[in-house]
Write a protein that binds this ligand. Structure first.
Ligand SMILES: Cc1ncc(COP(=O)(O)O)c(C=O)c1O
Length: 460
């Protein structure tokens, strides 16, 4: 029983559950897992026609697989992209998006604040192949302007960035990049497709680590590259087909099922992260707290213009450097020390000695990563239990002292006008926030899991 989706715009929650599903002849409810490496042909002629491209037939799971196609179509529908290809990991997605497009003699400009492995690709791998790479401070438009005064093949950026949650002006950077002839690749892992849609601000390609919020339960690795159909078919697909960074159908299936609850999980995680950021800001053991929707975040206005919520990550510096940071991490009883993020389990990372160890001390200093910097990925536990765990671990750094009074502003109304009504999910952002603000202080996360507003669209 083949059923197509209604021919009208569907909201993100519906797309996350229904998008891309292809039912087999067995009419299964849940997406089928086609755990097969190859496919058979009715005849030698059908095999030839398939390889010629005159017949549509799955050939080999390195090139394509029905379970993988379902996830690709679901993610493309959610992102509003023409096409998607999956990869085995998020890094394979970043690597494939870049290396499929670039050739010797090209020039790449990237924001400095990138995940450690993305930074390595730009700083170390690309130059080995005769590709020039230039880093800029992502928040400084003058640096982008200067770097993009020359013809450039590709721009790589990440916003909010890992781990410092720097936010950059997507529309302004995309305009400058396009004027220089560059393809803009945006790593949207921290925002997820529910909080920010980089293509609406001009990005050409969006990459994800599906390992993070999309699986959301710490089970499998996966990556996604989204872009225009022509680029995906002609540039990316031959690269994936011939170099083989393909995702396992099993992993694609797990991520398909993970996506079905993303619209319930993410708002709860964001609200808990906002509450935790406010809690941390009042503690004397903490030097600074970074959370994109807090008033003391240097790019709060930009974050609110580009994102529907502040995200599930909070970054902060404890006083006392590495020694205090380690003492704090080791004193946590509930939250785990781990370098993953976006999981149902809250996880803490010490970037200087893990994810960003290999970028070097000098570059860490430029990025603002200190020996006291800690990245917290807020999960789905009760926020009161998380705050109790953080509080006790902070007490382990120094004896309890009265709280510092700092601004508390996470759930604050945006000063800007309401964004244009999006084509799908016309959700009133103000109403959603007002509803959140009206929740009693001790409301459970379940009660706080209100509808997530859509990320604003770019106004041309
Ligand atoms: C921003 C960002 N991009 C890419 C990746 C790489 O993803 P994966 O670990 O799935 O390869 C990560 C992983 O932490 C990340 O945080």
């Amino acid at each position: 029983m083949a059923r197509t989706l209604p021919d009208r715009p569907l909201r993100p929650a519906t797309l996350l559950v229904r998008g891309g599903q292809m039912r087999s002849n067995h009419d299964e409810t849940s997406e089928a897992l086609y755990l097969t490496s190859g496919f058979v042909y009715e005849s030698a002629g059908q095999a030839e026609d398939t390889f010629l491209g005159t017949t549509q037939h799955y050939q080999y799971s390195r090139f394509g697989n029905p379970t993988v196609t379902m996830l690709e179509d679901r993610l493309a529908a959610l992102e509003g992209a023409e096409a998607c290809r999956l990869t085995a990991t998020g890094m394979a997605a970043v690597h494939a998006a870049m290396l499929s497009h670039l050739k010797a003699g090209d020039r790449v400009v990237a924001s400095r604040a990138l995940f450690g492995s993305c930074h390595w690709i730009v700083s170390t791998l690309l130059p080995r192949y005769g590709i020039t790479s230039v880093f800029v401070d992502g928040g400084d438009l003058a640096q982008w302007k200067a770097a993009l005064a020359q013809p450039t093949a590709l721009v790589l950026l990440e916003t909010p960035s890992n781990p410092m949650l720097d936010v950059l002006d997507l529309a302004a950077v995309c305009d400058l990049a396009h004027a220089a002839g560059a393809l803009v690749v945006a790593d949207n892992v921290f925002a997820t497709p529910l909080l920010q849609k980089p293509m609406e601000f001009g990005a050409d390609v969006v990459v994800y680590s599906c390992t993070k919020h999309m699986d959301g339960q710490g089970r499998v690795l996966g990556g996604a590259v989204l872009g225009r159909k022509k680029w995906v078919d002609e540039v990316l697909q031959p690269f994936i087909r011939n170099t083989g960074p393909s995702i396992s159908p099993f992993n694609a299936w797990v991520i398909l099922k993970g996506l079905e609850t993303l619209h319930l999980r993410l708002p709860a995680m964001c609200r808990a992260a906002a509450a935790i950021a406010d809690f941390l800001a009042e503690r004397v053991e903490i030097d600074r707290v970074l959370y994109p929707f807090r008033v003391d975040h240097p790019q709060q206005a930009l974050a609110k213009a580009q994102m529907a919520a502040g995200g599930s990550l909070v970054t902060f510096d404890v006083k006392g450097g590495k020694e205090a940071a380690f003492r704090f991490l080791d004193a946590l009883q509930l939250i785990d020390v781990s370098n993953n993020l976006g999981d149902a389990k809250s996880l803490v990372t010490h970037p200087a000695t893990t994810t960003h160890m290999r970028v070097g001390a000098e570059e860490r200093a430029r990025l603002g990563i200190t020996d006291g910097t800690i990245r917290l990925s807020v999960g789905l536990e009760d926020v009161a239990d998380l705050i109790a765990d953080l509080s006790e671990a902070l007490d382990a750094i120094a004896p309890a002292q009265p709280p510092v009074k700092r601004a508390k502003v996470v759930i604050e109304e945006p000063a800007a006008a309401e964004p244009e009504a999006p084509a799908i999910a016309p959700k009133p952002r103000k109403a959603a926030r007002a509803k959140a603000a009206a929740q009693p202080a001790d409301a459970t996360l379940f009660e706080l899991a209100v509808d997530l507003p859509e990320a604003p669209r770019r106004k041309d």
